[in-house]
Design a protein around this ligand. Structure first.
Ligand SMILES: [Zn+2]
Length: 272
């Protein structure tokens, strides 16, 4: 792993125009107050954990980031491909409960400074998007359904149509998630992969001894990003497999569905 801090893995701060910066990363499971099977820093309200513990964890994380919980925005996350351009009017939605989250949505983007886009993960792929000069950021939740319904392309289209950003100027990061070493899928998933328009995705999966397939959601998302025009050299992929690292990260698959959630986050800070 590139970096493990007290609360997050692969946290980075990218200086941008003026005195602003983009911050992004993923929380890990240490230094929180949740009890088993959510130990310790569970960020998900929807998994059966004590909601008050989740708020305490989120507040600890907000203090560490120096970004108040009141400025976070979260979405419901339904494994779809609907994305929303969020702004000041959405601030605080989903921060303290799932009920106030943006419904029926798996991706968000914004050009507002001082907003933290957040989403919860335990194996699914976090996709981070940014444009340095125009300080625009995006975040998407991509399991196999979101990936094969091309949620990455929905964000890129949104950057382009709503904010006038050309795909060649977009940077993308494919964050910690379950990798092909641990991600076995069946024909139903492979059919959805093969149905994606304009790709030759055969190299993202391999049949295994169980008659199923080991698949790389990371490689598939990279192909989709490139299909929508993001330059290959502007796409970075985390090597961290969530299922291989349950000491530090939550894995829905490895922990049989009884576990917590990490928080992926991206936002523009400073300059106010
Ligand atoms: Zn693995």
């Amino acid at each position: 792993m590139r970096e493990v801090g007290p609360f997050a893995v692969e946290h980075e701060r990218i200086p941008v125009q003026g005195d602003k910066a983009i911050i992004m990363g993923m929380s890990h499971r240490e230094n929180g107050v949740s009890r088993a099977p959510f130990q310790h820093l569970n960020m998900g309200f929807h998994v059966g954990d004590d909601g008050q513990d989740v708020i305490v964890n989120r507040q600890k994380f907000a203090e560490w980031l120096h970004i108040p919980l009141e400025t976070w925005i979260g979405a419901e996350q339904v494994h779809g491909n609907h994305v929303v351009n969020v702004g000041a009017e959405d601030v605080g939605r989903g921060a303290r409960s799932i009920e106030t989250a943006i419904q029926g949505t798996d991706g968000m983007y914004t050009n507002h400074t001082g907003i933290l886009l957040t989403a919860c993960f335990a194996d699914c792929v976090p996709l981070y998007f940014y444009h340095k000069d125009d300080t625009i950021v995006g975040l998407a939740h991509a399991g196999w359904r979101g990936t094969t319904s091309e949620i990455a392309g929905q964000i890129i289209n949104g950057f382009n149509s709503k904010l006038g950003i050309h795909p060649k100027d977009i940077h993308a990061v494919i964050g910690p998630s379950i990798q092909s070493c641990c991600y076995e899928v069946d024909d139903r998933v492979i059919s959805a992969v093969q149905a994606i328009d304009g790709l030759s995705p055969e190299r993202v999966y391999q049949s295994n001894q169980a008659g199923k397939y080991q698949m790389s959601l990371q490689a598939l998302n990279r192909m989709i990003l490139e299909k929508y025009g993001v330059p290959s050299e502007q796409i970075r992929v985390s090597k961290v497999c969530t299922s291989c690292h349950t000491d530090l990260l939550y894995s829905h698959r490895k922990e049989n569905g009884h576990t917590g959630r990490m928080l992926s986050y991206i936002g523009i800070v400073g300059g106010e």
